[in-house]
Design a binder for this molecule. Structure first.
Ligand code: PLP
Length: 346
């Protein structure tokens, strides 16, 4: 595979820019476990304020951020309620059961959005026969629904149900910044629908490593213990926190460019006879395309594209995932279009 391949597999593939590398090189650091690392502290303070939460914790990955939240809100034997395509139950290696002894009740949402009435109906009764519903978990934007933005009124309605039942709500906000950019609704307003929020700095925001988990001070104290147990404490982490802080301060606005490129790409992909994708459903930087071809599966088309210098991810038998980010532009979409024309049209 050429190092110059146009890489649409994920928004995690971006490389730090020269400006980001400069802040990494200049970062002030300390032992974050013993005395606190000043740059980690600055990132945590900035992220907490951005999300409108009392405190935040910097952790290595989005998976760890989510699993810290789950472990901080629940006890073994409890149940969590989430949408059936949610990352926490589909793509985190079974961590909910493996790490925390949780079981999951998954509900079918609308474009990834849990419906309040369904959540209400899924809450377990207070009975010795039943697991305790300990947490409702939502995802914003919703990855497997194709980067859809869960509407604010739907989220607020789910939060009301959870709050009314005394159950906390965790938001997997790996791509919350994309929702902010696409909706014009601030991170604080989105995060107000949740008791804890995770946020990835290493996806569309372009940092090389790192995520945030935020909530009130009591939650963060519990979260620190879970992070410790997961081996997620780190020492001179200011080197990576500097990149995360730069990303959050400088790269939210530019996500609009990724979203415009994704929409344009969806229109061009939809023009092929064997590919279908509704451009109107593309709200952020993810494009899911269904392939209908007698000779190709998603895997074989992805392999063919690879040999033309274009990388994409098969997601199941007939679905391909294309993601835009700061390291792809119009010229990469042109290259993709030319490669698809060669493979599908001849
Ligand atoms: C919605 C969602 N949540 C969480 C994660 C986990 O992030 P990480 O790969 O940093 O563990 C991802 C990663 O793709 C994601 O898409």
């Amino acid at each position: 595979m050429s190092p110059n391949a146009s890489d649409f597999r994920s928004d995690t593939v971006t490389k730090p820019t020269a400006a980001m590398r400069a802040v990494i090189a200049a970062a002030e650091v300390g032992d974050d476990v013993l005395d606190g690392d000043p740059t980690v502290g600055a990132l945590q303070d900035f992220a907490a304020a951005w999300l409108g939460k009392e405190a935040a914790l910097f952790v290595p990955s989005g998976t760890m951020a989510n699993q810290i939240a789950l472990g901080s809100w629940t006890r073994p034997g409890d149940e969590i309620v989430t949408e059936q395509g949610a990352h926490v139950v589909n793509f985190e290696g079974g961590a909910t059961g493996f790490l925390h002894g949780l079981q999951s009740r998954t509900l079918r949402g609308v474009n990834g959005a849990l419906q309040a009435a369904d959540v209400q109906a899924a809450l377990q009764p207070d009975s010795i026969h039943c697991p305790k519903t300990a947490l409702v978990c939502v995802e914003q934007t919703h990855m497997s629904a194709g980067g859809r933005v869960v509407p604010l009124d739907a989220l607020r309605a789910v939060h009301r149900v959870a709050y009314g039942a005394g159950i906390p709500l965790h938001m997997d906000g790996a791509r919350l910044a994309n929702a902010v950019s696409a909706s014009g609704t601030s991170a604080r307003e989105w995060a107000a629908c949740a008791d804890s929020v995770s946020l990835c700095l290493s996806k569309g925001l372009g940092a090389p490593i790192g995520s945030i988990v935020a909530g009130d001070k009591d939650f963060i104290e519990r979260a620190k213990l879970v992070r410790k147990r997961l081996g997620g404490w780190w020492r001179q982490a200011g080197l990576v926190a500097a990149a995360g802080l730069y990303a959050l301060q400088n790269n939210v606005e530019r996500l609009a460019q990724d979203h415009a490129l994704a929409k344009d790409m969806a229109e061009r992909l939809n023009s092929f006879e064997n590919l279908s994708c509704d451009p109107a459903s593309v709200e952020t930087n993810l494009v899911l395309v269904t392939l209908n071809h007698p000779d190709h599966s998603a895997a074989s088309l992805s392999a063919k594209l690879g040999s033309e210098g274009v990388r994409v991810l098969p997601m199941g038998e007939n679905v391909l995932r294309f993601v835009t980010h700061m390291d792809v532009g119009t010229e990469d979409v042109d290259k993709l279009h030319a490669a698809l024309t060669k493979i599908l049209v001849g």
